[in-house]
Write a new protein. Sequence first.
Length: 203
Amino acid sequence: MSDKKSSGRGRTRNFATVVYPESAPTNWQEVLSEHHVLAFISPLHDKDINPDDTPKKPHFHVLVMFEGVKTDEQVKELFATIGGVGLERVNTLRGYARYLCHLDNPEKHQYSPDDVRSFCGANYIEVIGLATDKYQAIYEMVDFCEENDIISYKELFLYARLHRNDWSRVLCDNGTYVIKEYVKSRAWEKEEARRELERERYQ
């Protein structure tokens, strides 16, 4: 039993590193792709600030997700091929994936999830998705419809597809029913108000 415990000691599946463009191979992202491992590369962090208000050196965060457990030494060999600086064991996959864009750190610069690169079939949106994000998107769409007097689901969907990928994903996944019912109710209320105004006019 002790042998089984020791054989798995020091191993995990998810690791992260930092890559500085000026010191990494020019084709480091292609090299990472050739390892055929699930991975995410953050947008270039070129707007991060140190505690003393000086700008941080531009860098990428790289998150790799193995199907089986690996030792630090095994992962260091992979990171060396892409110029990775340091090695961090990732205990909370979703939390670190969200950190690639500072999604839970409003005090830091917010980078776009659309700029995250995914490798080997990894799905960034699925990994970072939280129920609260879906509800927030629905609330924002409701406010948008109120502010812009939208009563057409088509109009909202086309706007989301062109300007708000986060809304569009919610509409394509499981938020359509709520929004359709809301838009339908707005249209019904406006029509009822119009009819009431006409009745008052003819009385």
